[in-house]
Design a protein around this ligand. Structure first.
Ligand SMILES: Nc1ncnc2c1ncn2[C@@H]1O[C@H](COP(=O)(O)OP(=O)(O)OP(=O)(O)O)[C@@H](O)[C@H]1O
Ligand SMILES: CC(C)(CO)[C@@H](O)C(=O)[O-]
Ligand code: BAL
Length: 286
């Protein structure tokens, strides 16, 4: 495995591979790798001839006062994990090369970015779509892998890819959880032991919502109230949002139906966690 920091070199290597008829599979991340990232790398390894992993903590997707500075970073540990996962090229460009002096182009997806994380983190998705578009232009992958933990991000990237006719297949993979149910996230490392315990409320609330729907509840408001109540039991929990949305449009659903997804963003102390569950799965086919 080679670590590439130069954008032009990365682009040239990928262009040459494409010209040789090799299939490029790409996993974009912000690093501090965990089993969720490794599941993407495994799927990508099985799909492509060349596996490219990017690690770039993208300042453009962090708002003022957000955790850009405290976002966990460990490139040498990540490089070991990437190597063991069969990565060919680890692309880690410097911030100044991605956003040089005079940088002035932004990619903005409208509509589905106005809700959920788009509403609670203004500007966040403009940063995400801009950097993902740039990374795709550099790496020129045939296929790119994203996790469904960032459910709205995946929907926004699919929208961008369709709208801008990007020549890449976007694949979404399931959420990987810790043994006790907490969705894996690089930010989990910033939780104190007491906060780590409180963070289990997200999955407990998801399970409670699932069992309500399995039991026949179809009123979104009642499910949302139950989720909020469970999370609010935790002393350091502050809810950003709890919503039930259509899996494609992300419009709020009054009724839980087969396309309904429960999405949550909750701060535990200073750490913001997201999670989601496809509630529609709990409804039997009629
Ligand atoms: N638990 C998980 N299961 C599946 N995919 C995941 C999981 N966590 C992250 N991913 C995916 O990995 C990719 C890179 O995400 P990122 O580097 O932001 O990691 P992260 O753990 O989500 O970090 P954080 O939530 O702290 O920003 C994204 O496509 C994301 O959806
Ligand atoms: C897609 C991404 C790598 C863009 O910075 C980031 O938002 C992430 O890690 O989910
Ligand atoms: N996984 C999404 C990156 C972020 O929270 O900024």
């Amino acid at each position: 495995m080679e670590i590439i920091t130069d954008i032009a070199q990365m682009q040239q290597l990928c262009l040459t591979s494409r010209q040789q008829g090799l299939r490029i599979a790409f996993v974009p991340t912000m690093g501090y790798l965990h089993e969720g990232h490794l599941s993407l790398l495994r799927a990508a390894r099985a799909t492509g001839d060349i596996l490219v992993l990017s690690i770039f903590v993208n300042p453009a997707q962090f708002g003022a006062g957000e955790d850009f500075d405290s976002y966990p970073r460990d490139l040498s540990r990540d490089a070991e994990l990437a190597r063991a996962s069969g990565t060919n090229w680890l692309f880690a460009p410097p911030v100044g090369a991605m956003y040089p002096q005079g940088y002035g182009t932004w990619v903005n997806v409208e509509g589905i970015t106005s809700t959920l994380c788009g509403a609670s983190r203004p500007g966040h998705f403009q940063g995400v779509t801009t950097v993902v578009c740039k990374l795709i232009n550099i790496v020129q992958p045939h296929v790119a892998f994203f996790g469904r933990k960032d459910f709205q991000q995946l929907a926004v990237i699919r929208r961008m890819s369709t709208d801008l006719n990007l020549p890449v297949e976007v694949r979404g993979l399931p959420i990987v959880r810790e043994a006790d149910g907490l969705a894996m996230s690089s930010r989990n490392v910033n939780l104190s032991p007491a906060q780590r315990q409180q963070a289990l409320a997200l999955y407990a609330a998801i399970r409670a919502a699932s069992s309500m729907v399995r039991g026949g509840e179809r009123d979104s408001l009642r499910v949302i109230q139950a989720v909020r109540k469970r999370i609010e039991q935790e002393p350091e929990a502050a809810i950003d949002y709890v919503q039930i949305c259509h899996e494609q449009t992300l419009a709020d659903c009054d009724v839980v139906h087969r396309h309904a997804v429960l999405l949550l963003a909750v701060r535990i102390g200073a750490t913001r966690l997201i999670d989601n569950h496809h509630l529609g799965e709990e409804i039997p086919e009629s």
